[in-house]
Design a protein. Structure first.
Length: 111
């Protein structure tokens, strides 16, 4: 069981880093900030789907719902923000490039 928990933590730790860097992007959408706040509130809230007083099952819902919510948020990121967060999480200096609509507008202005 501890091996599963440690593997799950490794996965969640990487997702949390990617989410942190995505939140730091200048064009991070509002729904991403709201979703990240909701995940944190769920973790610290005493209200759970299954109460934490139950020995193993109480913690199990947090170990399942939180990683799923993080993956769901990261899967819906715009491509340029996802790329930026992946680069920063890998330790490479990511550049906060403009999104595709902004670059398209720049091309039209140059013409």
């Amino acid at each position: 069981m501890w091996k599963r928990v440690s593997v799950l933590w490794v996965v969640v730790k990487g997702d949390v880093r990617r989410l942190w860097f995505a939140l730091g992007h200048p064009q991070a959408p509002g729904w991403l900030k709201g979703g990240a706040a909701a995940v944190v509130l769920y973790l610290v809230s005493p209200v759970d789907l299954i109460p934490d007083v139950l020995p193993v099952i109480g913690v199990l819902d947090d170990l399942i719902i939180v990683p799923m919510a993080l993956r769901w948020l990261l899967a819906r990121l715009p491509e340029h923000i996802r790329h930026y967060a992946d680069e920063r999480a890998a330790g490479r200096p990511g550049t906060a490039q403009a999104g595709p609509t902004t670059e398209g507008a720049r091309e039209r202005i140059k013409r």
